[in-house]
Design a protein around this ligand. Structure first.
Ligand code: C2O
Length: 445
């Protein structure tokens, strides 16, 4: 039996004027439970076989649903379990923590920078859902999702915000200020829904997907310096599960748009089930949510269905990405949206170490450039702090460049000189752009 123990002596690190905010930790013993979990060597395989498919509602819908009281109460029940209980609230947090930045020798991997990101979090939510169903003796219990891509859902959903008595409430949160309401550009899912391959969308064996570095990271960061703004602590906040509900719904919506899931082979995830049994589940068995007994009350719509999308690849020529002249003409003619997909971005670590937001430019912005008003700005990706430090890996980007691209391609004769620059919270570059190191760049329209 592997038994892992980590301690948290570090306070949430806070920068800038917010350094005045200081939260005391609830004690090391308590915090340790949140990254300590017995992981038995043998796991009993779990093959999903759900008798009925029930909807997961949005948090906004849930507010007026008859099941709201039961929904809240299920969270009260799990939060009341002892911190040592392998299915208790602290162990849900530990389960995630162990896969967040695993200490050497623990034998788990970081699920945020590989293709595990989507199936693993789906598994976490699914087993939590089963546990809550069992604790509340209610087979119809389903989790909720926070549809932040909708303009009417850009603030913390009300059911999570009422202080007392409310088991959906969490105190360590920043839900006002310059990140709120969530700006449209930071929760735009259109480029993700048009991303043609699973490796760019959800990740591969050696890169994180654009889903991680897009709205997923932006929504986490909006809560900083609260727990949601730190990957390691984020599952302490009940709204984490509604945020990941929407990431999960984004994956389902991507499939519904006509894209194909990858074959994960025999890769598995491990969780405790509602009977406190250690189970293994194939990633392949996590690809279809209806097999897991739920569907979403609504899915995200796409402007262009996947089979109608065209992909133009670029080739590198003297440091600049080029599309063929014929493609430039095609891209200029197209009436619909245009997206830039960048895969295998590997040099984020060359920018200042505290950077969370990375602007992607077609050209070389100087320090102090306001990205929002710069024609060369194509969009941004982000990462999330984890236990006070920056959480980086090879990643991908999916950017909506509809209004920008044809013009840029025309002025630059089909070339895109792509750079990456650190952005502060207001979108200003804090250092000059450096050439982006990326494996593939393509344009989708
Ligand atoms: Cu495992 Cu949104 O994080």
């Amino acid at each position: 039996m592997k038994f892992t123990r980590r301690s948290f002596f570090r306070q949430t690190l806070v920068a800038g004027p917010a350094a005045m905010t200081f939260w005391t930790d609830m004690g090391n013993a308590w915090a340790q439970d949140q990254c300590t979990l017995a992981q038995p060597d043998a796991a009993e395989p779990f093959v999903p076989n759900e008798p009925k498919v029930q909807p997961r509602y949005s948090a906004l819908e849930m507010k007026t649903r008859p099941e709201l009281a039961k929904f809240r109460d299920a969270f009260c029940k799990i939060r009341a379990l002892p911190s040592t209980d392998v299915i208790g609230w602290d162990k849900q947090i530990a389960q995630h923590c162990l896969h967040c930045s695993p200490p050497p020798g623990v034998g788990t991997t970081n699920i945020h920078y590989t293709w595990a990101f989507l199936p693993w979090h789906r598994g976490l939510l699914y087993f939590l859902e089963r546990i809550l169903r069992n604790l509340s003796q209610n087979d119809d219990f389903r989790l909720a999702y926070w549809d932040w891509e909708n303009t009417h859902s850009r603030t913390l959903p009300a059911i999570y915000g009422v202080q007392s008595p409310n088991c959906l409430y969490w105190q360590k949160r920043q839900t006002t200020g310059s990140n709120w309401p969530l700006p449209s550009a930071k929760v735009d899912v259109s480029a993700l829904l048009a991303t043609p391959t699973f490796s760019a969308f959800g990740g591969s064996l050696n890169q994180g997907g654009a889903t991680y570095s897009g709205p997923h990271a932006n929504v986490h960061n909006a809560f900083a310096p609260g727990d949601m703004g730190n990957l390691m602590y984020s599952p302490r906040d009940p709204v984490f599960y509604a945020h990941h509900g929407n990431i999960d719904r984004l994956w389902s919506s991507w499939v519904k748009a006509g894209h194909s899931n990858v074959d994960f082979g025999d890769t598995k995830a491990y969780f405790y089930d509602e009977n406190r049994k250690w189970r293994s589940i194939l990633f392949n068995d996590l690809r279809d949510e209806t097999k897991l007994g739920y569907r979403y009350s609504s899915y995200m719509g796409t402007a262009v269905p996947a089979p109608k999308l065209h992909t133009f690849t670029t080739t590198m020529n003297e440091g600049v990405r080029h599309v063929e002249a014929a493609a430039v003409a095609e891209i200029a003619k197209a009436k619909g949206p245009r997206f830039l997909i960048v895969e295998g971005i590997s040099n984020l670590g060359d920018l200042p170490p505290d950077t969370l937001n990375f602007g992607i430019f077609a050209g070389h912005p100087a320090a102090g450039t306001q990205s929002g008003s710069d024609k060369r700005f194509l969009g941004q990706i982000a990462t999330v702090n984890s236990e006070g430090h920056n959480h980086l890996g090879v990643t991908a980007a999916a950017l909506n460049v509809t209004g920008k691209l044809p013009g840029l391609l025309k002025t630059n004769k089909g070339g895109l000189d792509l750079t990456i620059a650190p952005l502060d919270d207001s979108g200003k570059t804090t250092a000059a752009g450096i050439p982006i190191a990326a494996a593939n760049v393509s344009i989708v329209e």
